[in-house]
Design a protein. Structure first.
Length: 224
């Protein structure tokens, strides 16, 4: 059961909800019940009862908790923490039946990096535009060690930039187009090569050639 406390952050109805304060109020002759002071990312505030807020989170199938780790970049130990953590690079194949996605499922893959258990990361894929609003099948994973996750993800996405489908989009529940940026026309073995090169500090010596579906070195004589 969710037990919100001061400092917790949630996503509900597409808005960030920061629990600024948890208060206990009572009226004469009535039992005490905790009330929250919530600040939302649209600039509004509310003060729901804990039970009401908990029910609202449960009723919203897309609601989730935002994980906090220390103070982020404000923490003087942030950089050291970033370098000591481990994470996972994962490659996922969409199981979408969308006619614009289904024909390309054998070659279209999502490249992500997470500190969570990968199964937990993909558990709500059908409600997440990042996952094309459909379940996915994780086809490969690669462990990280002593590498900052955000940097790893950015480097991999830049490395495969030429293979990113420009017109890929899904419609969210409001009918708005969302263009996920983590999907590429690559095979898992290409990501495996890139991950190994990244661990060895040699990724910059290679490039991805989408026309030949290869990862050649920059000094490859066949490169035009």
């Amino acid at each position: 059961m969710i037990e919100p406390v001061t400092g917790d952050v949630f996503i509900r109805n597409g808005l960030l909800c920061l629990v600024v304060e948890r208060m206990r109020k009572s009226s004469a002759g009535l039992s005490q019940e905790d009330r929250l002071r919530i600040v939302l990312s649209n600039g509004t505030e509310s003060d729901p009862m804990v039970a009401s807020f908990r029910k609202a989170l449960n009723d919203d199938k897309t609601a989730r908790t935002v994980q906090k780790v220390g103070l982020g970049r404000l923490d003087p130990e942030w950089e050291a923490d970033q370098l000591s953590v481990t994470g996972t690079i994962y490659v996922a194949r969409s199981l979408s039946d969308d006619p614009t996605i289904y024909p390309h499922r054998h070659i279209l893959h999502k490249i992500g990096v997470t500190s969570q258990d990968v199964k937990r990361r993909i558990a709500d894929a059908k409600n997440d535009p990042t996952f094309l609003l459909a379940p996915v099948d994780v086809v490969a994973t690669y462990q990280l060690g002593n590498l900052p996750r955000e940097t790893v993800e950015n480097l991999l996405h830049r490395f495969f930039e030429a293979a990113r489908p420009a017109e890929l989009f899904v419609l969210d529940r409001f009918g708005k187009k969302v263009h996920p940026k983590e999907w590429f026309f690559v095979l898992p073995e290409h990501v495996s090569q890139a991950a190994a090169l990244l661990r060895d500090g040699r990724l910059h010596e290679f490039w991805y050639d989408p026309s030949q579906q290869k990862v050649p070195p920059h000094d490859d004589p066949s490169k035009e």
